[in-house]
Design a protein around this ligand. Structure first.
Ligand SMILES: [Fe+2]
Length: 308
């Protein structure tokens, strides 16, 4: 039923601090009366919405896309569960359905076509042992580029009860669990139909909240050149570069200004609707990473800074 991620809205203490961070990250700001929308340049879709609340950063709401039939089906399922529809949180918020999930997070489902993914002209040819794909040509990209994220690929939320929350999102909105981490630590969900391995995941905590959003780069060079741009503007590295077990993507995480995280990714597993993917239970260690340049994740990687 859900056909796309639209955006994640964060309530933050100071708009300028948030806009400066996501600008350095590579997104572009559009100012509106009640919020600032951060978009991937060249792509017509809000990805991070910043709402100034004057309080500690907290997940404000998030928005998902569907079609007319999907919206009607979701409305019916919410009604069957006794979940009431709510008013939008501010005047410029999208239409569609607004409701709170079982842990209290405000969710919007709107009718909209997913914005097309931004592709790349040609994949860089990579030489491998015994396989020369690039000969007589340089592999290093041009100097001086300032790479921009192509799209938000996924976001991860905290949940008190990972199993119950993921079951709710599957039963009500049509998500499918691709993989889990043992002991109810995490559940990774994809869209119905062809999808990245995960577009939404739940991570165990004592309260709901926002863990990170992840943005696709064209290749590992773009991800790391963008990472250097963040270093050079004084933002703090959090974890990586490395390669996740769950979803297989290369990752590099930075701290947002409120101790949370923002991720660049490249080369995520993709699951076509026709493929019989078997959900697996991963250990925490293997699920989180095969390797990372700086070793295991930081000790507070799973800390929910939204808990006062
Ligand atoms: Fe991620």
């Amino acid at each position: 039923m859900i056909t796309s991620l639209q955006y994640v809205a964060l309530g933050i203490p100071d708009l300028k601090v948030g806009v400066d961070f996501y600008d350095a990250f590579g997104l572009a700001a559009t100012e509106r009366p009640d919020h600032v929308a951060m978009r991937c340049p060249g792509r017509d879709q809000d990805q991070i919405v910043l709402v100034e609340t004057g309080q500690n950063r907290k997940l404000h709401h998030f928005s998902l896309g569907t079609d007319d039939a999907g919206l009607a089906a979701i409305a019916q399922r919410l009604q069957a569960k006794g979940i009431e529809q709510l008013d939008p949180p501010y005047a410029g918020a999208p239409g569609g359905i607004w409701f709170r999930d079982p842990e209290g997070t405000l969710v919007n489902v709107q009718v909209c076509d997913p914005a097309p993914w931004q592709g790349v002209d040609a994949a860089p040819a990579i030489n491998r042992p015994g396989v020369i794909a690039r000969s007589g040509d340089k592999g290093c990209p041009p100097f001086g580029l300032s790479p921009r994220p192509r799209r938000m690929g996924h976001f991860i939320l905290f949940a008190r009860n990972v199993i119950a929350q993921s079951a709710f999102y599957c039963d009500t909105l049509g998500f499918i669990v691709s993989d889990r981490i043992t002991d109810g630590y995490a559940a990774f969900m994809r869209l119905p139909g062809d999808s990245d391995h995960h577009v939404l995941a739940m991570l165990k905590s004592d309260a709901p909240g926002f863990h990170h959003a992840s943005f696709e780069m064209a290749n590992i060079d773009e991800a790391e050149v963008a990472a250097v741009r963040l270093y050079n503007q004084g933002y703090k590295h959090a974890w990586g570069p490395g390669r996740h077990g769950v979803g297989s993507n290369y990752f590099h995480y930075f701290r947002d200004p409120w101790n949370g995280m923002a991720e660049y990714f490249y080369d995520m597993d993709y699951i076509p609707a026709s493929f019989q993917w078997e959900a697996k239970e991963w250990t925490k260690k293997d699920g989180m990473f095969l390797w990372s340049a700086d070793g295991p994740p930081p000790p507070d990687c799973g800390r929910n800074y939204e808990i006062d």
